[in-house]
Design a protein around this ligand. Structure first.
Ligand SMILES: Cc1cc2nc3c(=O)[nH]c(=O)nc-3n(C[C@H](O)[C@H](O)[C@H](O)COP(=O)(O)OP(=O)(O)OC[C@H]3O[C@@H](n4cnc5c(N)ncnc54)[C@H](O)[C@@H]3O)c2cc1C
Length: 273
């Protein structure tokens, strides 16, 4: 596979990570099992001991209208999709004006804002092992059971781009920090809010090096400049430990930690009964 050298301190939304050689996935899918697939790393914390990484090549950065469907390549950035839908008066992708990521990462995470989720208008995906219909995919709040790389996704084509929705999504961001982060650090536990719990255990705004859970929104772990992986992990573990001991609730990471020490079933970030 061809490779590309990426500096994750620039590339990732967290602005954390070193320079890593990343394999480019194009159309030879025979040797991909050893690699971990990344999108645009808007939901990812890159560690000091990362696995071998790969990303979709530019070949998968496209949008087309075909068979009365909107077909989008896995490497297409959200901003490009939002602009295309505005230009062609297409409904239901307005949330992507304010939701960073590439199409593959957005579908894999079932990314969304409140009840607006990327799966709402999905019809099927194309992966390295073929077509998968929506009804055959298990999906829910910020997760799916997809295991292969998503090369393309097809969505219902519905007319009516809604400018007011864009304003509404922008407003939903008002209480969130613009300091580098990877969005919500933890999934909200059923019936509660991760931000409320982090605040309740006294971690809101507490600095560890240059990292902290934001004063503006406690579920956003933010990097105040030159923050490092070890400090981010310290705060994640501390929040999990304190919230569990006070509320008996285990905070499950929404962000993906790309470091061999934290990716197995034995990871200290995963709760074992
Ligand atoms: C400021 C900010 C605000 C955010 N707000 C929200 C929000 O409101 N709602 C929300 O849902 N998310 C939010 N996020 C998180 C992020 O936008 C989403 O999770 C997005 O889907 C990440 O896409 P990505 O391409 O960056 O994926 P990455 O971070 O690169 O990867 C995330 C996961 O997707 C998998 N993946 C990536 N590409 C593919 C592919 N082609 N095929 C299969 N799997 C793949 C990776 O293996 C990884 O497990 C926010 C992030 C930031 C920085």
């Amino acid at each position: 596979m061809k490779t590309k050298r990426i500096n994750f301190k620039n590339y990732s939304s967290f602005k954390i990570g070193g320079e890593i050689e990343v394999a480019l996935l194009e159309d030879n899918f025979s040797k991909i099992d050893d690699y971990y697939l990344i999108g645009s790393c808007n939901n990812t914390l890159v560690g000091t001991n990362p696995p071998k990484l790969m990303m979709l090549s530019k070949k998968y950065d496209y949008i087309k209208i075909e068979d009365n469907l909107l077909k989008i390549g896995g490497a297409t950035p959200s901003g490009k999709i939002a602009s295309f839908c505005k230009k062609h008066d297409i409904a239901n992708f307005e949330l992507l004006s304010h939701l960073p990521g590439k199409l593959g990462g957005l579908v894999f995470m079932n990314a969304g804002l409140k009840e607006f989720e990327i799966f709402n208008h999905l019809v099927f995906i194309k992966t390295t092992s073929g077509i998968k219909l929506k009804k055959d995919i298990l999906f829910g709040y910020r997760g799916t059971d997809i295991v292969e790389p998503i090369l393309e996704a097809s969505f219902e084509l519905i007319a009516g781009y809604d400018k007011e929705r864009v304003t509404m999504f922008k407003k939903m961001r008002d209480n969130q920090p613009s300091t580098p982060s990877a969005g919500s650090c933890f999934k909200n536990p059923k019936g509660d809010y991760a931000g409320r719990l982090i605040e309740a255990v006294g971690l809101k705004g507490v600095m560890q090096g240059n990292m902290c859970f934001s004063q503006k929104h406690a579920n956003f772990l933010v990097n105040h400049g030159n923050g490092i992986f070890d400090d981010a992990i310290y705060l994640i573990k501390e929040a999990q430990k304190r919230v569990f001991s006070k509320f008996n609730i285990w905070l499950e990471c929404e962000i993906v930690v790309l470091d061999e020490r934290f990716m197995s079933e034995e990871s200290p970030l995963i709760k074992r009964d």
